[in-house]
Design a protein around this ligand. Structure first.
Ligand code: GTB
Length: 220
């Protein structure tokens, strides 16, 4: 069955791999599933056809036969549940990996999103200088805690899993800020994720899509 995901026609991150379709591509690459991509502009994302797939008018979505779902976490969980390679078989280990998937999205990502959102959208606001140290502190706290837990382990809990895929994707959002440089354990963890052939294929695919999208935009 053909898998179709949605992604930006021309990602605002200019192909840095920070938009969330990269996470889904990475999961698909890890389990060896081919997929096609439907590209959307900010306008087509808010039209009825896409809102039927994602009521919030966002990417990514995932379609496979009769199934159409949204939310990156749910998409990756679906892929991991149905294909070997992203979740352990043993019940408790599997539940622990799922716990880490939630931790990545619900505990680590929110302060990082606030931090990167401020850097992008609020730099010129009068509150930026006062507020930023507090936001940075929240991120640092999470990085310290995660770093302490990871220690010298290769991955979060046993072999590489969907939990690492999500956690590393979340941490990658910090790369442009240089904030990971003060956390060598996490910088090395992220580098291990980026070195995976599946990540590299996913990254290259989204970059190529961005190149094509920006050429189309320039030609129109
Ligand atoms: N909780 C949802 C999920 O995990 O799937 C969130 C989905 C989401 O935030 N989608 C974003 C979107 O569609 C794209 S990924 N935005 C358009 C809109 O809301 O109108 C977030 C993103 C966007 C841009 C960058 N960037 O340029 O660096 C990075 C990440």
């Amino acid at each position: 069955m053909t898998i179709t995901i949605t992604a930006f026609e021309c990602s605002p991150d200019r192909g840095q791999g920070l938009a969330r379709d990269t996470r889904v591509r990475w999961a698909l690459e890890e389990v060896g599933l081919p997929y096609q991509v439907r590209h959307l502009t900010f306008q087509t994302m808010k039209e009825a056809a896409h809102l039927a797939l994602n009521p919030f008018g966002q990417i990514p979505t995932f379609e496979e036969g009769e199934l159409a779902i949204f939310e990156t976490g749910a998409i990756i969980f679906h892929i991991a549940q149905n294909h070997a390679g992203l979740l352990p078989d043993e019940a408790n280990a599997r539940t622990r990996a799922v716990t880490w998937m939630f931790a990545a999205l619900n505990t680590v990502e929110p302060p990082i999103l606030e931090f990167s959102g401020m850097r992008i959208f609020e730099r010129d606001k009068p509150w930026y200088q006062d507020r930023m140290p507090m936001i940075e502190d929240r991120v640092r706290t999470r990085l310290d805690q995660l770093s302490a837990r990871l220690g010298d382990a290769e991955w979060l809990d046993g072999p590489f899993s969907a939990a690492d895929l999500l956690m590393i994707s979340v941490l990658l959002r910090l790369k442009p800020s240089g904030m990971l440089n003060n956390h060598p354990v996490l910088a090395a963890y992220v580098a291990r994720g980026e070195a995976r052939p599946a990540y590299q294929r996913a990254f290259e695919a989204q970059l190529e899509d961005w190149r094509m999208g920006s050429q189309r935009a320039a030609a129109s």
